[in-house]
Design a binder for this molecule. Structure first.
Ligand SMILES: Cc1cc2nc3c(=O)[nH]c(=O)nc-3n(C[C@H](O)[C@H](O)[C@H](O)COP(=O)(O)O)c2cc1C
Length: 168
């Protein structure tokens, strides 16, 4: 692991399944780049790779859910964080509810937020979408969240980092 990868892996984040739906299509993907950025209103910022199949559904519907994974749920992180076998539906095999604006809620998650898009900004190879939290619930009290550090290189991001810092 190069020094830059090691440095960035010290940033503490959780692991979430982001649910999206638009025009009869649904998708969900594992995300770690999520942070609360405002209290009043409650806002969450999420970095999403615009190449993901979920991105147009998120952008066009203007809504998404953030389903919080608990410690040990690496299998869910893997299922929603890697491409499905061709033709198979990633969402099949889990129970889903529906958020206030139509995004899917992962019923087996320990808690979720329901978000409505308020702004979006391009940030390098990702889009940062900012969502107002319009709902949510805790299903399992006192759970320990799954930490990104516990997922190792499940997202295969080690190869995405530059090998040295760019000159200022
Ligand atoms: C632990 C983990 C964290 C991830 N974090 C993010 C993230 O914050 N943002 C993102 O755009 N993709 C992230 N990914 C990658 C997507 O989950 C993955 O590319 C997924 O297959 C995209 O699904 P889709 O094409 O069906 O939308 C992460 C993957 C894993 C395994």
């Amino acid at each position: 692991m190069n020094q830059i990868v090691e440095l960035f892996r010290k940033i503490t984040t959780g692991v979430y399944v982001v649910g999206v739906a638009h025009d009869g299509a649904r998708d969900a993907f594992t995300a770690t780049s999520l942070v609360q950025v405002s209290y009043r209103p409650l806002l969450l910022a999420l970095a999403i790779n615009p190449k993901h199949a979920s991105y147009p559904l998120l952008r066009d519907s203007g809504t998404w859910t953030v389903n919080i994974l608990r410690a040990g749920e690496l299998e869910l992180a893997r299922r929603f964080g890697t491409p499905p076998a061709s033709g198979s539906d990633k969402l099949a095999g889990s129970d889903w509810g529906v958020g206030r604006l139509g995004a899917p809620i992962l019923k087996g998650a320990s808690a979720y937020f329901d978000c409505r898009l308020v702004s979006e900004v391009s940030a390098g190879d990702h889009q940062v979408v900012i969502g107002k939290v319009i709902g949510g619930s805790v299903f399992a009290q006192g759970f320990e969240p799954l930490l990104y550090a516990a997922t190792g290189n499940l997202d295969q991001s080690a190869s995405l980092f530059p090998s040295s810092f760019e000159s200022p």
